[in-house]
Design a protein around this ligand. Sequence first.
Ligand code: SF4
Length: 259
Amino acid sequence: MISVSDLSGFIYCPRSVYLSRVLGVVPPGSDPQGRGMVGHAIRRELSMRQAKLVRKIDSSEDVETILNSELEAVISDIPYIFSERWVEGYSKFIPEVRSEVQSEIQLLGEELSALISDLGFERALERVTPWKTEYILRSEALNMKGRVDKVMRADCFEPVEIKTGRVPDGVWDGDRVQLCAYALLLEERFKEGVSHGFVEYTRVQERRPVVFTEKLRRQVIHARDLLSELLDGGLPDICPHGQPRKCESCNLVDECYEV
Ligand code: SF4
């Protein structure tokens, strides 16, 4: 069964999925990778706590203190959130990640305060409270499985994927395909249409909408089929996307060029 998160990786670089899924290549535990993992976990957890933050912000004037204290709470919880993937050496990345996230949470504070003032507390809380988090979906018929970060329940189900890395002008193609794959899985499970969802780019605290057009749905099915063939086939050539810049920043580059 195809994993939805692999679809996103496949769109980025088919060879990377083959290396990790078929050949079992694991990226070395470099400093940038460790820092990236810690940053991802902290940003993601803060996003999951938005409803808690709305409650606190509504009952206090001091938004900055609330956010900083929640950030410290997340930092102290992070070894437990990481659980078995946490290694002691990761602690050294905390100061750097903390100072990056401190500037980002100011944006989060402004965003949540504006939401409360525009919609009122009850509706703002409703807007940021997911119906489900880390919701597992799978379908034999679609031959896909995955775990979506959040599912909101408005007029219809709205999948939300949290992305903590580099922010594009709009939405990365891989993120768009990944989100739409979750929509197909939700439709399959609940037998109701899912028209749109959101990619949440935490570094700019923006939830960017994605409309699940017919073209995008076909793109998901096409990518799923290509990925399925790839996993049963052979190793794609180096740099199959023709974009050397992707290889320069790839955490598998050393292993990839040696295979
Ligand atoms: S180094 Fe380039 S070709 Fe190799 S996995 Fe990374 S992005 Fe793909």
